[in-house]
Design a protein around this ligand. Structure first.
Ligand code: NAI
Ligand code: 15L
Length: 269
């Protein structure tokens, strides 16, 4: 497909949205911004709730593609997750179908498969086809999003790349993150690859940098043309000195989802 130009960025006020607002224009994208919250310095940003079907439809009208980041990004009561992440994502897909948008890049999460044991020693990397094992209602909503994407590809020909993001922050802040960190610059590289690769249908990829301590397989991401440039290893010595190595007997260290399996951070609702 030709490189999309106008891209709707939902969740543009959030942490990842803010990083991508800085990085994606250099790839030639004209970003249309949407969030519940106003965005400082962005008077043209659309302030809308994904619950508002008419507003969502208007927001997608005329765009070439969508990067869908909006939603609750941590654990929350099921009713809140249902509204923002499940119904909200459904509204976005319906709007995209109705308006003929060809492709969505969906911010899925490692927490869709958070109960997958982390590889140790010579264990193979976690494949992208690993069975779903959500660690929270939040992770469950990401499973829904991936399945919705599959349905809209099979039934309507709307393409999606579901990116199971590890941890995308300016720097890794925990020993676990050394294995799943995606630098913001690599995040932009991966989103660009997901927007421009040909014939993706519905493709699920892992979203991380080329970390020395990588836990999962990046083959499907690389097949889109993604070439990660960063590695968390320069942060390892300091983080391990502060926090120690991951412990075998610690349940929060046993799984891909880390702390989410025991004591998930709660969205401040
Ligand atoms: P964030 O919580 O900082 O940003 C989410 C944004 O979505 C917020 O600005 C919020 O106002 C907006 N939002 C929430 N509900 C909405 C609704 N009903 N309608 C419109 N906007 C709404 O989260 P962050 O870190 O920026 O993550 C972005 C996306 O990437 C989320 O979907 C998250 O689940 C996913 N993700 C992020 C990871 C990371 O490391 N940052 C890792 C894995 C997945
Ligand atoms: C996520 O899915 C969250 O949205 C993000 O805030 C981080 O907690 C990340 O996963 C992670 O696993 O580090």
């Amino acid at each position: 497909m030709p490189a999309p130009r106008t891209v709707l960025l939902t969740g543009a006020a959030g942490g990842l949205g803010t990083l991508m607002r800085d990085l994606l224009p250099a790839y030639g994208y004209d970003l249309r911004l949407l969030d519940l919250r106003p965005i400082e310095g962005e008077p043209d940003a659309i302030a809308a709730d994904l619950a508002d079907r008419d507003a969502v439809r208007e927001a997608v009208r005329g765009v070439d593609a969508i990067i869908h980041l909006a939603g609750i990004s941590l654990e929350a009561p099921f009713e809140k997750i249902l509204k923002a992440n499940i119904e909200g994502t459904y509204h976005l897909y319906e709007a995209a179908r109705e308006e003929g948008v060809g492709r969505i890049v969906f911010a899925s999460s490692n927490h869709a498969v958070g109960y997958t044991p982390r590889p140790r020693g010579d264990d193979p990397l976690i494949p992208v086809g690993t069975p779903r094992r959500p660690d929270t209602f939040y992770g469950l909503s990401k499973c829904f999003g991936e399945d919705l994407a599959q349905l809209y590809w099979d039934r309507h020909g709307l393409e999606t790349v579901s990116v199971r993001i590890g941890s995308c922050f300016p720097e890794p802040t925990s020993v676990r993150m050394l294995s799943v960190w995606m630098s913001p610059a690599d995040g932009a590289r991966l989103f660009h690859a997901a927007l421009t690769a040909e014939h993706v249908g519905h493709t699920v990829v892992h979203g991380s940098s080329a970390n020395t301590r990588l836990w999962w397989d990046l083959t499907s991401a690389r097949a889109l043309g993604y070439e990660p440039q960063d590695d968390s290893e320069p942060y390892a010595e300091k983080l391990i000195a502060e926090q120690g190595e991951l412990q075998d007997g610690n349940e929060a260290h046993a799984y891909l989802g880390g702390q989410f399996v025991t004591d998930p951070p709660i969205w401040p609702y």
